[in-house]
Design a protein around this ligand. Structure first.
Ligand code: B12
Length: 218
């Protein structure tokens, strides 16, 4: 019997019961079989939170249960953090943030972690950062990349405004984008954003970072 579907099911059951220790145990069992935290994020945490979203959207669980499930998963991400730092470090920095008014931060936290796994220094700003403050932070930290997340499509106009400001302040800054909202963005609209890279999951992100790291010295 495949272990992955069983572990996803167990993780979901523990999430719905609010059993944080049970969720932690499932994460450890997964890593014992497959020691890839990135795969654990994609195959267990993301799949489960998408299912939580479906249950919430169809009124099968309450908002409180959805909040609890998200908080437990964020807590486990933090627990795993010390396991993800590799010995090989590059002198590279990424600032990781959400579009203004965006309240979803689990996906972008995973993005920050993948950069750390790949030897980069990541600055995770979470949600609710006004663009003017982001601009100040970028000036201070001088990152090599800015990663931005957008989950809800109704914030797309805010993203456009944000990119306009960022481009005028930092014309050469590499910007990468991701998040569920982009499944709803038609290609021609995305092309108009210009000079940004869209990466829809952690596998594509890993390939993208690997291609940069291949040309770097530690
Ligand atoms: C938890 C949750 C919330 C929490 C978030 C708390 C938190 N701490 O993050 C709260 C309660 C705040 C919330 C609020 C809302 N939510 Co909500 N939420 C969710 C839920 C259940 C899980 C989100 C999550 O963590 N997913 C797991 C992560 C790992 O997945 P991810 O974000 O897609 O990230 C992956 C990729 O997209 C990618 N990625 C993401 N960002 C980036 C960035 C870069 C640079 C890269 C490379 C990759 C990348 O990497 C990740 C790994 O693959 C989803 C369900 C779902 N399908 O996700 C709904 C969902 C996202 N929410 C939704 C909605 C509608 C809302 C509300 C409008 C509800 C309301 N009426 O108030 C508000 C909007 C608030 C706002 N202004 O943003 C919809 C969005 C539909 C859409 N796309 O437009 C969803 C899909 C639920 C649904 N099925 O309807 N939500």
């Amino acid at each position: 019997m495949q272990y992955k579907p069983i572990l996803v099911q167990e993780y979901m059951q523990n999430l719905l019961k609010g059993n944080r220790a049970g969720c932690s145990s499932v994460a450890r069992q997964y890593l014992a079989k497959n020691p890839s935290i990135k795969d654990l994020y994609e195959e267990v945490f993301k799949v489960s939170l998408y299912e939580i979203g479906r249950l919430w959207e169809t009124n099968q669980i309450t908002v409180a249960t959805e909040h609890m499930a998200t908080a437990i998963t964020e807590g486990i991400l933090n627990e795993l953090f010390e396991q993800i730092i590799p010995e090989k470090r590059y002198n590279k920095k990424v600032v990781v943030a959400c579009v203004e008014n965006e309240k979803h931060q689990v996906g972008i936290k995973m993005v920050a972690d993948v950069f750390e796994m790949k030897g980069w220094e990541s600055f995770f700003l979470g949600t609710g950062i006004p663009t003017s403050e982001l601009v100040k932070f970028i000036r201070e930290t001088q990152p090599d990349i800015l990663a931005i997340s957008l989950s809800v499509y109704f914030n797309f106009a805010k993203l456009l405004k944000m990119l306009q400001i960022l481009r005028s302040e930092f014309p050469y800054l590499q910007i990468i984008l991701g998040g569920q909202a982009f499944t709803r963005v038609p290609d021609d609209v995305f092309q108009r954003l210009g000079n940004v890279v869209l990466l829809t999951d952690l596998y594509l992100l890993e390939k993208y970072i690997d291609s940069i790291n291949a040309n770097l010295k530690t």
